[in-house]
Design a protein around this ligand. Structure first.
Ligand code: SAH
Length: 555
């Protein structure tokens, strides 16, 4: 396969960025904008040894899943990578992505996952779900004032069709129109990146979905809008308008927001609710962009935590405390940890706003705060710090191993892992499974329809076995566990052969041990390469191995 070759290929899979994947004589091609099920003609742009990238030239026969995008600019905008695809097919793709990762990278047995994994939670109406929109303001190719997105590396702006992004709130269009008309009327210039001139850089729009409150924040390269009162008067007429502000950003930077906020109308924040918890959101606060699905995601996390009111819970990577406050109503005490000080301030404010008194928040890295707390507690009290439930909701890179190590030392009954990246979730699940935890439930939640992103909630709970707990303490130094040391693999094999005539492998013994809650040596659990599947221990051999383990009093 060579550059510029034109090939005919059937798309059989979807890549992590939504691109189509197909094979030609065993050679894998990644083709942007091709949909699974399409047969396409593609031109090879880059050819590596085993795979290449090709450009979609022609769709020879379109996939049944190809329904056409609602937004005519979906391809160029890049915000939605899979809007072309039927929504149910999107959900299937996301669920499969989570499952494959947990099996291949997480080492979770396929059969177990089939049992514990709940169906993906999609949206009934997968449009207009975003409560936040951020548009650059500039001129299109014809020099007309507009709001939209930058095309590739150019500085001209491609307008959002009809000024109405189909993922955003329906009020956005009217708000943008009012702003652009005002700019036209009073010759207010949009910001120009290269020359660092002009005034209006971005417009940030937010809506409280449960309250109907609207926020407009104009990010400007200055401190004042000429005839700003006219704009405010017009915007204030829009039903729901609650907060109009300016954000001052005079830097030559592509960071959108500056730090200073100037209030022009109403309050400096809007209020929204997730479940029964109220949140105040200012232009600079972090807030989940799809509140409808967030509520479902966190309700699942809460359900998995299975609280009865007496528990000590940690919420690591807590952001503005959304999960912490959700959990606090059903736990004895919740500790939140988050790296961004501003977010912790918001978390405390939100706790007060909701009259929640059983939360405490710490600023810092989860992988530092928790180990330090653990060490200090042991020093002061002479015993291990305890937690009943530990919730983590890390960014894409997942949890630091130092954090996972401390979690294992604290021996919580349950770990609830909320993840925005199935690959790092799987990596961390693998660590937890190798250290005495097992996956009990998992559910993918579609927070971002039409994009390739997917969130997952996964419940892991501690395996119950006396030997196991004994082993836990020594985990740092020991590879071979106390339980394993009771009988060697050779002894188990011999016993099985003598009693049943069956031959069993180390791998099978390891699998059964794992099922029974005995910690395994890492190497037996590892698939040799990412894609290799392990053979599974057949039931009659499993039974025989269990008998041997019982004989050696290992279970
Ligand atoms: N559950 C939160 C959002 C979690 S998003 C909510 O709903 O509000 C992940 C969060 O982890 C972000 O707020 C990010 O600032 C924070 N973060 C990133 N690295 C971190 C670290 N090492 N320790 C603690 N928090 C971190």
């Amino acid at each position: 396969m060579q550059k510029n070759d034109i090939v005919r290929v059937e798309i059989t899979d979807i890549g992590t960025s939504g691109e189509g994947i197909g094979k030609v004589d065993g050679y894998t091609l990644f083709i942007k904008d091709a949909v699974i099920g399409d047969v396409v003609e593609a031109k090879i742009m880059k050819a590596k040894k085993n795979f290449g990238y090709a450009r979609l030239m022609n769709i020879i026969s379109p996939s049944e899943m190809r329904i056409g995008a609602r937004c005519p600019e979906a391809k160029r905008c890049g915000g939605c990578q899979i809007q072309e695809m039927d929504y149910n097919a999107q959900l299937e793709f996301k669920e499969r992505k989570v499952k494959n990762n947990l099996i291949r990278l997480g080492g979770v047995p396929e059969q177990l996952l089939e049992e514990v994994m709940e169906p993906i939670c999609g949206m009934e109406e997968p449009f207009r779900y975003r409560n936040k929109a951020q548009f650059p303001i500039g001129r299109d190719r014809d020099g007309k004032l507009t709001a939209g997105f930058y095309a590739g590396r150019t500085h001209s702006i491609i307008p959002v069709p009809e000024l109405d992004c189909v993922l955003g709130a329906k009020e956005n269009r009217q708000i943008l129109r009012v702003i652009l008309e005002y700019m036209e009327e009073f010759s207010v210039e949009p910001y120009h990146e290269e020359s660092h001139t002009g005034l209006v850089r971005h417009v940030l729009l937010r809506k409280g979905f449960s309250t109907g409150e609207l926020m407009v924040c104009l990010v400007i390269n200055g401190k004042k809008l000429p005839h700003g009162e006219v704009l405010v008067e017009r915007l204030a007429k829009i039903p729901g308008m609650t907060s109009i502000t300016l954000n001052v950003n005079r830097e030559k930077t592509n960071v959108i927001m500056g730090q200073e906020i100037i209030l022009l109308y109403g309050k400096p924040f809007i209020t929204d609710r997730i479940g029964e918890v109220k949140y105040q959101i200012s232009p600079l606060s972090f807030y989940q962009v799809n509140p409808v699905q967030t509520e479902k995601l966190y309700a699942t996390a809460l359900q998995y935590a299975g609280l009865a009111g007496k528990e000590t819970v940690w919420d690591l990577y807590c952001g503005i405390g959304t999960i912490s406050l959700f959990l606090a109503k059903e736990a004895r005490q919740v500790y939140g940890v988050e790296i961004i000080p501003q977010a912790i301030q918001d978390a405390k404010k939100n706790a007060a706003l909701n009259e929640i008194q059983n939360t405490e928040f710490y600023v810092g890295k989860a992988e530092e705060v928790l180990p330090e707390y653990y060490a200090a507690y042991e020093k002061e009290h002479g015993k291990k710090a305890h937690a009943d439930v530990i919730v983590v909701d890390p960014p894409r890179k997942g949890c630091d191993e130092a954090l996972l190590r401390t979690i294992v030392k604290m021996q919580p009954e349950k770990v609830v892992y909320v993840s925005c990246d199935p690959a790092t979730l799987a990596r961390d699940v693998k660590y937890l499974r190798e250290n005495g935890y097992e996956v009990r439930k998992a559910k993918a939640v579609d927070q971002f329809p039409h994009t390739v992103h997917v969130e997952t909630v996964c419940l892991l709970s501690k395996l119950h076995s006396d030997q196991h707990i004994e082993v836990e303490v020594k985990m740092d130094e020991l590879d071979l566990t106390a339980a394993e040391s009771k009988a060697t693999y050779e002894e188990i094999k011999k016993y099985v052969l003598e009693h049943t005539g069956l031959k069993v492998s180390n791998l099978y013994i390891a699998q059964v041990k794992q099922k029974c809650g005995i910690i395994e040596r890492v190497n037996y659990n590892l698939p040799k390469s990412e894609n290799s599947r392990q053979p599974k221990c057949p039931p009659e051999k499993e039974k025989a191995i269990k008998e041997a383990l019982e004989y050696f009093r290992m279970i």
